[in-house]
Design a protein around this ligand. Structure first.
Ligand SMILES: C[S@@+](CC[C@H](N)C(=O)[O-])C[C@H]1O[C@@H](n2cnc3c(N)ncnc32)[C@H](O)[C@@H]1O
Length: 212
């Protein structure tokens, strides 16, 4: 199954992922600032695919509670070893099952939505587990917009398990999936050099909470 293969992939590369320097520090800082502007001291936040926890550790001090989740035990082991405040909890759980403690004011999904098996299902769960007016904050690779030569290279790397299985979404498909789950897109920006990796803030568009 794709998800099991991907979990093994991320467990295997977790140490290297943790050791890699950030490619574009100003872009990352700008993305953190944009996200921080959406948070409040009373907010309960769920992060999907938190990796080694850098974003959670930076932003958790600005909210009431931050639950950072990832299906890779290795990623979470590395994240959990880092110093952090008491309002940040790390959990090993796949994105589809991460919503056990909702509702949330904010759901964050940075560089992970293109990696999940069932994007419409996950977005529906995010919508159902957000408080009225809550927001989904995401940054997602839209590989359909990537140069075809690079895409062919990614496919070759997938065959030898040096790249995870990932959806080949276009930006329009991603926006459609987000809107289709009942969100209004309220902000879209690009941080860094890749327009194929948009940062999207989407607000739950109706006023009722219906946990899935
Ligand atoms: C590209 S990394 C991004 C990590 C971090 N969010 C960041 O932006 O640096 C993708 C992360 O998503 C996790 N991941 C992939 N598929 C997942 C799933 N279905 N459920 C939970 N986590 C998943 C991987 O283990 C990995 O830590």
């Amino acid at each position: 199954m794709t998800q099991d293969r991907n979990r093994r992939f991320w467990n295997r590369i977790a140490q290297r992922y943790a050791a890699r320097p950030l490619k574009d520090v100003p872009a990352y800082e700008a993305m953190l600032a944009a996200t921080a502007a959406r948070l409040s001291p009373s907010a309960r936040v769920l992060e999907l695919g938190c990796g080694t926890g850098g974003t959670a550790i930076r932003l958790a001090p600005q909210v009431a509670h931050w639950t950072a989740t990832d299906f890779s035990a290795e990623m979470v082991r590395i994240a959990s070893a880092k110093p952090r405040g008491t309002n940040l909890t790390f959990k090993v759980v796949d994105a589809a099952n991460a919503f056990y403690d909702g509702p949330y004011d904010v759901v964050c999904a940075f560089n992970v939505l293109h990696l999940v098996d069932d994007l419409p299902g996950l977005l529906a769960r995010a919508h159902a587990n957000l408080c009225p007016g809550g927001v989904l904050i995401s940054k997602t690779w839209c590989f359909a917009g990537v140069n075809p030569v690079l895409r062919a290279l990614f496919r070759a790397l997938q065959v030898v398990r040096l790249f995870p299985d990932a959806a080949t979404l276009s930006e329009a498909q991603l926006q459609q999936a987000i809107r289709g789950a009942g969100f209004d897109i309220v902000d879209q920006q690009v941080f860094g050099p890749h327009p194929q990796n948009p940062y999207i803030v989407a607000r739950r568009s109706d006023g009722t909470a219906d946990r899935l």
